[in-house]
Design a protein around this ligand. Sequence first.
Ligand code: GLY
Length: 335
Amino acid sequence: MITVRVPLGERAYDVVVGHGVVSELAALLPRSAARAAIVTQAGIPVTIDPGVPFEVFEIGHGEEHKSLATIETLSRGFARMGLTRNDVVVGVGGGMVTDVAGFAAASWHRGVPVVHVSTTLVGMVDAAIGGKTGVNIPEGKNLVGAFWQPSGVVCDLDALATLPPREVRCGRGEIAKYHFLTGDDLLAMDEVERVARCVQIKADIVGEDEREGGRRALLNYGHTLAHALEIETDHSLAHGEAVAIGLVYAAHLAHRLGRISAERVQQHYDIVGGAYELGTSLPAGVSAERLVELMGRDKKVLGDQLTFVLDGPAGVEVVPGVPRADAMAALGSLS
Ligand code: GLY
């Protein structure tokens, strides 16, 4: 078992990574927790014992259940249970469950403790760590939420044994991202070490910039095109698959802007397409014009210029002022 500390002063917490570490859950609960409200979904293949009396609240599967209606249903359940700040919410599932459980905990009684038991690779290396919580509204994803740090996180790799292959691919897309945020040779590590190292990289960034005033934005490497692709393909491309393409695209764009060498672009292909066997081409039928328009939407667009997270001589950094023409031309290098 590897324990990673997320360094947030009085709110610092441990993330335990390993096989069978769900047994550590009771030890991660705040000492004050008298009871637990377990938020999960039907079919999550993990049996947990929080070590205190508990009630289970199941939420639906699918993004449509990542909603304010679900938060209301959970809150009414917490009310029936009489959940107080001397209890704890435990989110057991993938990123959707931990995002919803976290936001329910953040808003119930203006904040009760939450502990996450992450059961997917994406959740372990990203969603469950760092305190971003929230739900969707028809106008967009994750538009309502709060920063609410957990008191602890369990990443039990045994949960991954039953994960569908596509879910595993998605996790690999996020893991591939970490290769370029530091110089670490993640491929030389075994699975537990690799997941723990990704958690450590994210923990260090969150510790420096909890509310994404600067450095935390680096965790969005590869995500600018990824978000546009997810929208343009109506989510037939899953998030991690889109991130894989987004990473290679970001490399082409950085090369075009003179920030990295052709060898470094090739390294992106070697990691994303080679080591992790992820697709690196644009899906058939997507419109480059529309992708550029979408990439300009969620950024602070200055006239005809976009903002990206790009690799460069000083490592990965936020780069404003990227001309639309370059963003468009780099898409041509992908297809
Ligand atoms: N998923 C990016 C972040 O937590 O900041």
